[in-house]
Write a protein of this length. Sequence first.
Length: 147
Amino acid sequence: MEKLFEFNFELNNTFCDFTVRNSCYDNKIRLLLSHIINAQEIWISRIQNEKASLEIWEELSPGSLKEYNEIHLKKFIDIISSRDHDEIISYNSLSGKSYTTSVRDILTHVAFHGIHHRAQVAQLLSEKSIKPPPSDYIYYIRESKTN
């Protein structure tokens, strides 16, 4: 699971850098990339039974996005290595409804959530006739083996 979060970390940074470099870090893209990071913050805070420091649709600058992304990677690696993945977390949804979910299922959700929204960003880039950066997990694995 650690490798999956390293993949998400790298791709979040890649998409942030790519959109800034190509002058396409517009409102929709900024909101989607920020939302990925904000959701990570919220899920970490739920696992750690703390208050999140970000709102779900709060807009982040590219610099802040990358700073939070790095902090989150370290926190997720710590959670992956130190928490029982079958531990049940009790939390309230953003609408206030109470839920319980295992750490494993939360981690899986967070990983898929990032993948989903980066695909939306890739679609927005394609609509602007900009070829998005590669975002397949297997591509990341191949690249990490050659670097």
